[in-house]
Write a protein that binds this ligand. Sequence first.
Ligand code: VGL
Ligand code: ZN
Length: 207
Amino acid sequence: MTPNAALLVVDMQNDFMPGGALAVPRGHEIVEPINRLAQRFANVVLTQDWHCPGHASFASSHPGRQVYETIDAFYGPQILWPDHCVMGSHGAALHPDLDIRHAGLILRKGYHKAVDSYSAFLEADRETRTGLDGWLSSRGITEVVVCGLATDFCVGWTACDGRHFGLTVKVIEEASRAIDLDGSMARAHRNMAVAGANFVTISQLIG
Ligand code: VGL
Ligand code: ZN
C-alpha cells in the first residue's frame, strides 16, 4: 500500500472473541485475514479497548441497571456493557494469533473512568482526543483502512472520526464483525456512508 496509508486494526482482543466477556459472533474468523492484510502495510496501528475496573460503561457500575440498557451519561446516551477489556486482564490482551509484529503503534482507549471511547480518535465526550490524529498527521498519513471489532461500534465510530479529521477512510467490512444490537449494524453502515467512508473488499484493496 502507499506509504501515506495506515491500517487501523480495531480491538482484536480476547474479550471480543467467541467465549469472551463481550463476544462478537465469528470475531475469530478475521484474525488470519487481518494478519495477511497487514503484511501489505508499512504503517499499522493496533487499538485496545482498555477500561479501568468499575468503568462507567459497565452495567455492574450502575446498581439496578441491566446489561445492554442505555443510560444518559453526561456526554449523551451510553449503552451498558458486561465488564470487558479490564486493563491488564487476559480479556484485554490481543488475540494470541494476531501476528502483526511490525505494528508501529498500540493505542489504548477508554481508560478514563467516567467516559467511554468507541472511537480510536475521540472519546465519547466528543472532545478529548486520543492523540491518534496527531500520530498519523505527523507521519504524513492521509488515508486509514479500518477493520476489526466491532463493525457497529468501535470500527464504525473510528471510521466516522477519521473523516472528521480529514482523512480518506476505507472500511473493510469482510475483515470486521458486528455485535448487531437493535439494528446497530445498519445504523453504523449508514453513519459511515454519510460521513464519506468508502467500503472496500480485501481483493479490491490488495488485488
Ligand atoms: C466495543 C462495545 C464496548 C468495540 C468496545 O470494540 O466495538 N464495543 N466497548
Ligand atoms: Zn468497551
